[in-house]
Design a protein around this ligand. Sequence first.
Ligand SMILES: [Zn+2]
Length: 146
Amino acid sequence: MSQYTEARKRISQADEAPARPKHSCAAAGCPMAGSMAESSHSTSWWCAYHYACHPSDLARVTSVLNQHHDLRDIVNHGRHLLTSSDVHPDSLAGEWQKLRELLAFGGYDDPKPGGSVDTLNAWLYRVEAMLGGYVSQARGVRRKAA
Ligand SMILES: [Zn+2]
């Protein structure tokens, strides 16, 4: 079994890693949690990648999120680690290391710990921004073609 396969397996087998966030994004098939809405009365919640997205870009953005499934899974698992009350603080360093290994095996550059990236939250923010960069490219394709 390759190191990549082992790293993915560790993430997917973790008890605390949901296959899909409880409060999912309103975009069809989106694997991310919905965290942004137009108003407090809104019934549709969107992930940061689909929020304010042109309707013609929704499917393309979902496709990019699934294409970069390692980044997607790292973001979802990492956010769960940071927000779940059933994750023991002593296990965070080990879980973070698993996420860093998956990132490396997926072929992505690791935002190195140290400086402003010395916490899981700060590191995860960088990974989310990396995924956002790929999404921005997909959304830009429509604007250039229009
Ligand atoms: Zn979404």
